[in-house]
Design a protein around this ligand. Structure first.
Ligand code: SF4
Length: 75
């Protein structure tokens, strides 16, 4: 099966979004609309909030469509 995933990164974190898993509950867009935007592409803007706040919102995604990982800092 072909998956259609999206990936978004800033210096700190990488957010991945799996549309086939999303149940469109709209929680992300409702609770953190500066980052998770419904009518703009790219729809996730990691400049819209501090990374920690984005991670907290990703953890609340009820379907698991949104995931995060911390980027390795290269010293
Ligand atoms: S919170 Fe998760 S399930 Fe709900 S719309 Fe956002 S990505 Fe989809």
């Amino acid at each position: 099966m072909k998956t259609n995933s999206n990936q978004f990164s800033n210096d700190d974190i990488t957010i991945t979004y799996e549309p086939s898993v999303c149940i469109n509950a709209g929680r992300c867009a409702r609770e953190l609309s500066d980052v998770f935007r419904t009518s703009v592409i790219p729809w996730i803007d990691l400049d819209g909030a501090p990374s920690q706040k984005i991670v907290e919102q990703v953890k609340k995604c009820p379907s698991g469509a949104l995931k995060f990982r911390l980027n390795q800092k290269v010293a």
